[in-house]
Design a protein around this ligand. Sequence first.
Ligand code: ADP
Ligand code: MG
Length: 322
Amino acid sequence: MSSEFDIIRDFFTRPTRHTDLSVGDDAALIQPSPDTQLAISADMLVAGTHFFTDAAPYDIGWKSLAVNVSDMAAMGAQPKWATLSIALAENDSHWLSEFARGFFTCADKFYVDLIGGDTTRGPLNISVTILGESPQGQALRRSGAKAGDDIWVSGHIGSAAAGLAHLQGKIMLEKDTLKACLDALHRPMPRVALGLALRNIASSAIDISDGLAADLGHILHASAVGAEIYFAKIPKLPALQATVSLNNGHAGFEAYALSGGDDYELCFTAPQQQRQRIADISRELDLKLTHIGNICAGSALTVYDAENRAMVLQKSGYDHFG
Ligand code: ADP
Ligand code: MG
């Protein structure tokens, strides 16, 4: 029977890259780079709410860090340090080693040191705090969008929600589409390089965790502007669009693209003069970037369908207390 300290030593203690004092003392010590601001964010994942309790532990480990890294991407910050507070129902060494493998695979990919945390017994619950750096005054915020700016999204939207709907038996996806959607759901790829490239280019940014309509809504609220977007321009996996339309009709697919959460793509705004630079970034990063509409005066989000009629939005986005 291993103790809490054995768990910390065996699964959560690794060599670090840029940390003065890491796991093992009463606190970690870090030295932020000169002329940077620290960007700090936390996200909690609760079994049964954010993931199925029997989900692959590798995926839970990856995703618990990836969703935090995504917040750094949305700020245009370079992620550097994380803490992990975890409540475990039991001491299952296979589960822990797979969880740690997923967590550290993500940490290695995105240059993050795990520098501390807390380990306790209780219903499975994972809380990560992440710290990143951004040159003084250059962080991307939700509040800078201006009327006339273009609205952009990265990657494909709605894949993770479609993967979840498949697991819940609501729709049936065929093999290749299912794989792409489950990858999006279980192993989201934070858009860090994009966030860094958008410093001094984007006027605002957010990561899409609660659904495009809800998260764009946060930009509109913070920036005191409205927006017009075109449903047909929202980039969806082509096969997904066909499958979901067959299963649920147009109204069903709308829900995945506009209010499906968990994609962890970036939604950002930029002045029209930046179009060429954004096209260059897309090519350099080999990442699809799509112009889906524009910021306007007012405060409303209007979504136009293929016939240019304003669509009536259903409940937008996931809200734990909604
Ligand atoms: P304390 O009693 O001071 O709270 P702990 O015994 O909780 O210390 O933790 C010992 C060390 O292990 C600390 O450096 C803490 O940050 C680290 N630690 C505990 N749990 C984790 C974890 N899940 N991941 C990474 N570091 C951890
Ligand atoms: Mg402690």
